[in-house]
Design a protein around this ligand. Structure first.
Ligand code: NAD
Length: 357
């Protein structure tokens, strides 16, 4: 066996249908009593369902801030910080996907307040010490152990309303964390276990969710898979797939989860010649792969009925060259050297919506 290093993630996770009832207990466990609730405007009604649960346990929320926005713009964070101080909150509770959890992290790292998360998508931000923020149109990302939320409540009941299309793309976004962990430089046997189990759970559950969105068992399995995949993202560094999605999303204003979904099979096909062992492991957990992981990913995306081309989200053909230029301009570690010609072809295929090969 290769020597390895492993640091356990200290985040606490509470799972189960109805586990939201444990929210007051989890807040008191932290010795806190005045939580600030966070959500997007779209989920304000859902987050209000927490108020009676808290009040029944003699916890009165300090307030509700429902302006969380994609990419965590700092002007929204500043507004939320002002409100946090005014309302006298002693901890933050973020309820939603990566956008709301990003706001919770931004408040927590600036104030030192404890952060409890209730994730309602599969994106996985709740298990990572990473925070991406946008100021004047520029996105910067930082990592700090203090950013990692302390407590996460995974109550499947709040994922039942996640639309089928977003369930599919958010779930593939999670699979991408696991796949890149399999070949990360800091990979270790524990990460490999998490990554394969997480990918298997999601690859089995997502096609069921797309056809039967109210299937609680499939939703629970997807959430369990997303948690495992998120731990991979929070523990080891990512490579080509995540860097490419960051470039494409940031430079051409493409949607986060949808871009991850389109790029994943192509990024893995690019790396495949240098990661034969990983390709075998991955094929073993993807239904319909017939021993070929790329085939397994193509089959999965076909079952999920997702959009396959970046052009469907407004990216222009002439942007392919620009994207390749940007993608080679910032060197980073990847199992296969980043070569402009082959990478341009990878991006072109993503743009056109072709099957990966
Ligand atoms: P999101 O948080 O942007 O949510 C998308 C939309 O779906 C929002 O309108 C939200 O209110 C709604 N929604 C969420 N859950 C719902 C539910 N159960 N029912 C109905 N509507 C629901 O989407 P996301 O994909 O979770 O997060 C994307 C963002 O998270 C990006 O900005 C990305 O960069 C960030 N992210 C960060 C990390 C990290 O580790 N820092 C990891 C993954 C994603």
């Amino acid at each position: 066996m290769q020597p390895f290093e492993y640091t356990a993630n200290p985040g606490r996770a509470v799972f189960g249908s109805g586990s939201i009832k444990k929210l007051p207990e989890e807040i008191k466990r932290l010795d806190k009593f005045k939580p600030l609730l966070l959500s997007t405007p779209q989920q304000e009604e859902q987050v209000r369902a927490l108020e009676p649960i808290l009040k029944d346990a003699s916890i009165t929320p300090a307030g509700l801030f429902s302006e969380a926005t994609m990419h965590t713009p700092t002007h929204i964070t500043d507004k939320a910080l002002k409100y946090t101080k005014e309302c006298g909150a002693d901890c933050v509770v973020s309820f939603g996907g990566g956008s709301t959890i990003g706001l919770g992290k931004a408040i927590s790292i600036r104030t030192g307040l404890e952060h409890v998360c209730i994730p309602t998508t599969y994106a996985g931000s709740e298990m990572t010490p990473i925070l991406g923020e946008t100021a004047e149109g520029k996105k910067t990302t930082r990592s700090d152990p203090k950013i990692l939320p302390g407590t996460v409540i995974y109550d499947v009941d709040f994922t039942m309303t996640l639309p089928e299309a977003l369930s599919a793309t958010s779930g593939v976004n999670a699979i991408a964390h696991a796949v890149e962990a399999l070949y990360a430089r800091a990979n270790n046997p524990i990460m490999t276990l998490f990554a394969l189990e997480g990918t298997k759970a999601l690859a089995e559950a997502l096609p069921i969710i797309v056809n039967h969105p109210h299937d609680t068992d499939a939703r629970s399995k997807a959430q369990y898979g997303a948690w495992l995949c998120a731990m991979c993202l929070g523990s080891v560094g990512m490579a080509l797939h995540h860097k490419l999605c960051h470039t494409l999303g940031g430079s051409f204003n493409l949607p986060h989860a949808e871009t991850h979904t389109i790029v994943l099979p192509h990024a893995i096909a690019y790396n495949a010649p240098k990661i034969p062992e990983v390709m075998k492991q991955l094929a073993g957990v993807l239904p319909g792969s017939d021993g070929d992981a790329i085939r397994g990913l193509n089959v999965l995306l076909a079952k999920l009925k997702v959009k396959r081309g970046l052009k469907e989200f407004g990216m222009k053909e002439e942007d392919v060259d620009k994207a390749a230029e940007i993608a080679v301009s910032n060197p980073y570690w990847n199992p296969r050297e980043i070569e402009k010609g082959p990478l341009r072809e990878t991006i072109r295929r993503c743009w056109a919506g072709e099957d990966a090969k």
